[in-house]
Design a protein. Structure first.
Length: 151
């Protein structure tokens, strides 16, 4: 029985994880952009690793490395997403980005593969080219180590 019990526990955990993928995500991972504890200031390039995007019901809608290159190129070409807030002033009401004068930040939509609507992902770009990514609609941000220059 002593040899079988660990195997039964492992099988139970594996079964729960397969039935409910969020089970394994309950503990925050250090530096994970999807974690609410991810501090503003973590650097990432145009590809943010290990992103988890959740839908409005909290279910995992997408998971993987998020290539922001196409969205950044669209922004720098001056092309707008059809969403009404694409390119709008981001007011930083949550206070999670460095404090700047009103109108300093603009927000841009990053579409989530597989979601019909706009989804929770955004790029927030500062007047000086500083860029921030959020996969969870402003609850946490990852600072990008590149400049983004909208026209």
């Amino acid at each position: 029985m002593k040899k079988i019990l660990p195997l039964l526990i492992l099988a139970l955990v594996a079964w729960i994880a397969l039935e409910n993928p969020q089970f394994l995500e309950s503990a925050p991972q250090s530096g994970a952009p999807s974690s609410e504890s991810a501090p503003a200031g973590d650097s990432a390039g145009p590809v943010v690793r290990d992103v988890v995007v959740r839908d409005r019901d909290g279910r995992v809608a997408w998971r993987g490395d998020m290539d922001l290159g196409p969205a950044i190129e669209r922004i720098e070409r001056g092309e707008s997403d059809e969403h009404r807030n694409d390119g709008a002033t981001f007011q930083n009401r949550e206070g999670r980005l460095p404090s700047k004068p009103r109108g300093y930040y603009r927000e841009f939509v990053v579409r989530t593969p597989g979601l019909r609507g706009v989804g929770p992902q955004r790029l927030v770009v500062g007047r000086d080219g500083d860029a921030w990514y959020t996969s969870d609609h402003y609850r946490s941000f990852v600072r990008l180590n590149i400049e983004v220059r909208p026209p």
